[in-house]
Write a protein of this length. Structure first.
Length: 116
């Protein structure tokens, strides 16, 4: 069983930064991990993913160059550093673990609000 708990969300002005954390319990050290987000009235969308070793990352075009995903397997934690935030980044951000062929474990989400 895997449990994921996100933290680090909040209110920030446009151009500011936030770092989200996702603390994982259970067998996630060999799992790909990802961040997703869902804005009001919109479907959940992919943000970034990182493989089990941290050697490969992939980003949505909308965040490339501004967001950085990383992980510390010793701490069972995945991070999302978000810089140059824009109002359109406002959403609930979710951490997810892929322990098989799909993202099958999800956190409860953390709210990020970017004011203009």
């Amino acid at each position: 069983q895997v449990q994921l708990v996100e933290s680090g969300g909040g209110l920030v002005q446009a151009g500011g930064s936030l770092r989200l954390s996702c603390a994982a319990s259970g067998r996630t050290f060999s799992s790909d991990m990802g961040w997703f987000r869902q804005a009001p009235g919109k479907e959940r969308e992919f943000v970034a993913t990182i493989n089990w070793s941290g050697s490969r990352t992939y980003y949505a075009d909308s965040v490339k160059g501004r967001f950085t995903i990383s992980r510390d397997n010793a701490k069972n934690t995945v991070y999302l550093q978000m810089n140059s935030l824009r109002p359109e980044d406002t959403a609930v951000y979710y951490c997810a673990a892929n322990t098989g062929c799909t993202y099958n474990y999800w956190g409860q989400g953390t709210q990020v609000t970017v004011s203009s």
